[in-house]
Write a protein that binds this ligand. Structure first.
Ligand SMILES: CC(C)(COP(=O)(O)OP(=O)(O)OC[C@H]1O[C@@H](n2cnc3c(N)ncnc32)[C@H](O)[C@@H]1OP(=O)(O)O)[C@@H](O)C(=O)NCCC(=O)NCCS
Length: 127
């Protein structure tokens, strides 16, 4: 696994035979309300053929390690409540799911310039 560093973002990739089979986008930011650095997982994705081999577990473990080293108090993310695999996965990794928090977002009218095909990795092209 390698980490490619951009200022407060890390794209952590899992490779097999020089092909990316999984990735996690980790973002660091400062929480003014809690006066401490915090970390956020924006994307986590493993190619279908490679699921079930603990690839995502290793990506999250590395994200946790980096977040600890940066002094973050928490590592957070959003997972769809209908994404049963995702929910089970994150619980298995030690996350607690807070079902009371809503997602707020607003379309800004920009076209996504790059869409690799498999659902939620579509935001990749904007980073
Ligand atoms: C969720 C996802 C990242 C898991 O990747 P993975 O590499 O297959 O996960 P792991 O092999 O590390 O799984 C670890 C544990 O998570 C749970 N888990 C993972 N996939 C699961 C599934 N499809 N159904 C139920 N539990 C699952 C299991 O408890 C598993 O442990 P086990 O194999 O001993 O039962 C992958 O399915 C994926 O890319 N899904 C599409 C994108 C997505 O939903 N991302 C996360 C939400 S933002």
């Amino acid at each position: 696994m390698e980490t490619g560093r951009i200022p407060n973002d890390f794209v952590i990739v899992a490779e097999l035979d020089r092909k990316i089979i999984g990735l996690l986008l980790l973002i660091f930011y400062y929480r003014f309300d809690e006066a401490c650095p915090s970390a956020w997982i924006e994307n986590l994705f493993v190619l279908k053929a490679f699921r079930g081999y603990r690839v995502a577990t290793r990506l999250v473990d590395l994200a946790k390690e980096l977040a600890k080293r940066r002094g973050c108090k928490a590592l957070s993310l959003i997972v769809g409540l209908r994404n049963l695999a995702g929910l089970r996965f994150y619980r298995q990794c030690g996350f607690k799911i807070n079902k009371a928090v809503g997602l707020a977002s607003q379309e800004l009218g920009n076209r996504v310039p790059f869409c690799p095909g498999e659902g939620q990795s579509a935001t990749l092209g904007r980073r």
